[in-house]
Design a protein around this ligand. Structure first.
Ligand code: 0X9
Ligand code: CA
Ligand code: ZN
Length: 419
């Protein structure tokens, strides 16, 4: 069986046979020296938990660790779906989660059912010519009106399947409840809500069919390595240092040969250029935390207080639904730095509140990227509360007297000072 899979992999795509069998999840005790050494090794870091750092490690990584006398334990067997037993195959090869074509079908169906409220817009092509879809939701969705606007992004990282579901379900919820829920109607009437649930369609398909842990896009780097980390390819402080991203094309955090080289990220950039967003959320998984800029440095931005305040409010609202607590942290203040990520760019260039929401679970031991199908709805429900709050924040902040044709910078300045 493995031989057959390996052969298919070699014929069909960049899959080295090595990807199927030889990666292990390992853990290393954390101390300052080890952190320094690990960052130099360009590892696929999963998370930090109880003083231990978890890593998806190849045999080469393990050899490198041994060479540096860094002790590790193999923990692969401890990683299992959050609730065992109900991870079944429903509705296609990736179960209740969306594949690219399932998402395409469902987005089109929403727009067909609610043509005044929802439009599907193709933002551009991925490397493998899939469409990067946006669902635009508003009253008169076909027109650009003088209203606030906000964007929710999902799945920059292929293996983070739950990050497609939360923004998709947000779109579905808004259109389906518009007629009956006055609060939803008020928000949809006063805001243009953009949802881009699948920024990395090629990577998602690869993760579904070939290698579940795939993270990057499918760029052929031309030297036997594949993939650019789409959350390192944005143009603000791109390549700032080699800790927050890597110049090595084999790395899981490879930033690409330049800023905005990847068509998937060009599509997001161009959407921001056309619209005038008041806020952005980019969903990822996992670790159950709300992150805000900066990520490229440990330093605070000049808007630390308000960024924390909005994040903290979202966390409280989320907790009120199912009791799950999402931490609120400045991204760069935690274990690792990132440069070229979405939210440093949107905050650095547009000055808007920008959040990375790392969805549950909180640790690898309780499931990491393998959210149970039964958890999709509850995870959406809790995140809905935060999303509605942020949409309302945008509506409140939007200066209706300012027309969209006014300079962006002026509008944004007013915005932030108003709150
Ligand atoms: O590394 C990333 O791109 C994000 N985490 S993930 O595990 N989903 O890959 C985090 C981006 C936020 N920035 C920082 N933590 N510095
Ligand atoms: Ca409208
Ligand atoms: Zn991610």
């Amino acid at each position: 069986m493995l031989i057959i899979l390996g052969l298919i992999g070699m014929v069909m795509g960049p899959l080295g046979a090595q990807y199927f069998t030889d990666r292990e999840i390992i853990c290393v005790g954390k101390n300052q020296e080890v952190v320094k050494e690990l960052l130099e090794l360009n590892l696929d870091l999963l998370m930090e938990k109880d003083g231990k750092i978890f890593i998806v490690a190849s045999p080469q990584d393990m050899i490198a660790l041994r060479a540096k006398n860094i002790a590790y334990d193999i923990k692969s067997s401890a990683f299992y779906p959050e609730k065992q037993g109900d991870f079944s195959i429903q509705g296609g090869v990736n179960g209740a989660f969306h594949s690219y074509t399932e998402l395409e079908r469902d987005l089109m169906a929403l727009a067909d059912s609610y043509p005044d409220l929802a439009q599907v817009i193709d933002l551009g092509d991925s490397l493998e010519q899939r469409n990067i879809y946006a669902l635009k939701i508003s009253d008169n969705a076909g027109m650009q009106e003088n209203e606030a606007s906000v964007v929710f992004l999902g799945c920059h990282h292929a293996r983070e399947w739950i990050s497609v579901e939360v923004p998709y379900l947000l779109g579905k919820y808004l259109v389906e409840n518009y007629a009956t829920n006055t609060e939803v109607k008020r928000l949809v009437d006063n805001c243009e809500i953009w949802i881009v649930p699948l920024v990395n369609p090629d990577g998602l398909e690869y993760s579904i069919h070939f290698y579940r842990y795939w993270r990057k896009n499918m760029r052929n780097n031309g030297n036997g390595t594949y993939g650019v980390d789409l959350n390192r390819n944005y143009g603000y402080k791109w390549g700032w240092d080699n800790l927050g991203s890597s110049p090595d094309s084999a790395s899981e955090v490879y930033r690409g040969p330049g800023p905005f080289t990847e068509p998937e990220i060009q599509a997001v950039r161009d959407l921001f250029g056309q619209e005038n967003f008041q806020a952005v959320v980019s969903y990822h998984s996992f670790s159950q935390v709300i992150l805000y800029p900066w990520g490229y440095t440990q330093n605070e931005s000049d808007k630390e207080d308000i960024l924390f305040e909005i994040g903290d409010k979202m966390s409280q609202l989320i907790e009120s639904v199912n009791g799950r607590i999402y931490g609120v942290e400045r991204a760069g203040a935690g274990f690792y730095l990132t440069n070229g990520d979405t939210t440093d760019w949107s905050f650095g260039v547009y000055g808007i509140p920008s959040y990375t929401i790392e969805l549950p679970p909180d640790s690898g031991i309780t499931g990491e990227f393998f959210n149970s199908e039964a958890d999709i709805q509850p995870l959406f429900n809790e995140n809905l509360a935060a999303a509605l709050y942020l949409i309302d924040w945008c509506v409140q902040a939007y200066p209706s007297q300012v027309h969209k044709s006014d300079s962006l910078a002026r509008q944004q300045q007013k915005l932030f000072h108003k709150k």
